[in-house]
Structure formats: C-alpha cells, structure tokens
Design a protein around this ligand. Sequence first.
Ligand code: HEC
Ligand SMILES: [Cu+2]
Length: 336
Amino acid sequence: MPVRMRTALVPFAALPLVACAGQQSALDPQGLQSTQILNILFIFLGVAAIVWIAAMIVLAVGMLRRNRTADQPLALHQPFERTAGRVVFILGLATLVIVLGLSIVSYAGQRTVFAKDEHALTLKIIGHQWWWEIRYEDDSPDKSFVTANEIRIPTGQPVKVELESADVIHSFWVPSLTGKMDLITGQKNELQFTAKTAGVYRGQCAEFCGLQHAHMAFAVLALSPDEFGRWRDNENRSANSPTDQLGKQGEQQFRARGCALCHTVRGTLAGGQLGPDLTHIGSRTTVAAGTLPLTPAALGAWIADPQHVKPGNLMPKMPLQSNELIAILHYLEQLK
Ligand code: HEC
Ligand SMILES: [Cu+2]
C-alpha cells in the first residue's frame, strides 16, 4: 500500500473505539463511580488535546514565518525580546493554572469515587486461584451466605466490597461500574460502587495471578431492589433436596466421589472449603469463573474433565462412570 494511502487510513484505526460499549467497558459507564472516572478522563483528554493543538499551531507558524534572509540572524532585537519574555511568562503561568486545575478536578473526582456510605450493602470477596468467593454478610448469621463467581446487587444502592486474597495478589475490576482494587493476602482493601441501571456487567481479575488468570472472570447482576430481595431470600435457604431417584443418586455420588471434600452444599453433609460453594449452582449464569455459560452441556463437560476446560486449575479430573456423571449433573442442576 502506498505510504500516502496508509497515512490516510490512520484515523480509521480509532474506529474500533466506537464499539467500546456493552458488558465490560469503562467507556460505557453504568455506575456512579465509573461515570465520574470517565468524566475525569474526558477533562484530562480535552485539556491535553487543546494544549497539544496550540503547541502544534505555534510550531507551524514558527516554521512558516521563519526569516531566512536576515543578515544577522543572531542579533538581539530588544522589543522582540521583551515581548517574547512576556509570552513565556504568561504561558508558564497558564501551565501552572492548568496543572493546578487538573489536580483539583482529580481530587474532587476521587472524593466521589472513594466516598464511603454507612448504609452500603457489604460483601466480602476473597480471590482464589482462579475463582471468586463471595460472602454476603449480615449481623444475623441466618442471613449470611456464601456464593461464587457471581455478584448480585440492587440498583441504586451503594455496595461496599471488602477484598482479600487466599493466595496471590488478584485485582477486582468491573469497568462498567468502577475502577480497580487489588486483593492482597492479610490486608483488607475496600471499594464501593453503585449501579445506576439494571443489567449484567462483566468483571475480570486485572492482576496476573497465574496460569488461568484470563479465566478468572465474574458477573455482576444489578437487579431491581425487589428482585434482589427475592434472590437473597432464596440464596439464604439451604440447598433443595433432590426430588427424584436420579437426583438422590447424584447427591450420594457427590459425596462418594469426593466432590464434597472440596465443595459445600449447605444443608447437606457436603462441607468442603477448597472450591466454590455449590448450594445454588443451578441458578448461576456461568461455570468456573466465567469460563463457560451455565448450560447442562457445559456443566457436564466441566465435571467430566475440568483440566481440559481450564488447564492447571485446582479441581482435579475425577474418574467418573458415565452414569455417575449423569446423576451428579442432574443433582447439581436441581440446586437452584
Ligand atoms: C480438590 C478439590 C476439588 C474436588 C475434589 C472437586 N472440586 Fe469442583 N472445584 C474445585 C475448585 C478449586 C473449583 C474452582 C475452579 C476454577 O474455577 O478455577 C471447582 C469448581 C467446580 C464447579 C464450578 C463452580 C462455579 O462456581 O463455577 C463445579 C460445578 C464443581 N467444581 C463440581 C465438582 C464436582 C461435581 C466434583 C466431584 C466429581 C468436584 N467438583 C470435585 C475443587 C474441587
Ligand atoms: Cu486473579
């Protein structure tokens, strides 16, 4: 391609940005905090663009008006020197004002982004290689429960997440709602956000944390307060008991085949702590931290060979007969 044509095409390289909307985009904010962050970005970008364009104009004028034919190019012209000194002084002052202004914008923005609300819904989130443990805590223990890889929140209400890690450093990031915050062992970090609109927002671990870092995603489902209340009531309950023979077999196999050593299903003998809580796995939207959508086929594929789906993850491949797999799958699907 001729150089000229290539140059002409450069502006079109920005076109993909037009598509920066949707489930996971800091440019399509759906939260109070992410809106604030985007405003700060636009103000900084605008000021930087104006300064850059002004500098380019001065440069262009200088190049066009340069005086090639002066007999003594190095001679000083007093009046010109005085004007130049004044211009430099004014521009220096302008720089100071701009930097101060941007600092104030940044400070004011951060006050909103990091503001804390006493009445926020509080969740504890613990990062694991490579999944998210989500604890809804309440003053009364019968209203506290644990889930994984999916956060449901009410719209319009501040949500505070307390972040910790069980192993290495992870980073909690839901671009559509707010900025990032690290999860660090032995340290409690906090982040607060408010979803303005109902919807599903994708979150992603934003700190390289090992082999399956890329498969450490989660979903934030912002629901109307009513819907959230109903979900929370259901989540509070112990697991459904299987209603049919196959489901009962599945529950048995779940214990017999060792799944219960790593997974908790509240209200049953399964109380393992190494893997995600599966009490209501049937009502979640994804399998294995956003790696697959939750469908019977995907769930079956995961249980049959988790190491094929997500190599290196901490759930071993269990040698299951096909009838055992079918029974366990049937059991888990009923855990709504
Ligand atoms: C050694 C511990 C261990 C055993 C045994 C184990 N798992 Fe897991 N399981 C895990 C871990 C760890 C994860 C999270 C993997 C990830 O996403 O990185 C997981 C994830 C899952 C998930 C996905 C959960 C979610 O929120 O997406 C399901 C379903 C599951 N296991 C079912 C089973 C079944 C069924 C068995 C028995 C056949 C079993 N597991 C045995 C550790 C275990
Ligand atoms: Cu991570």
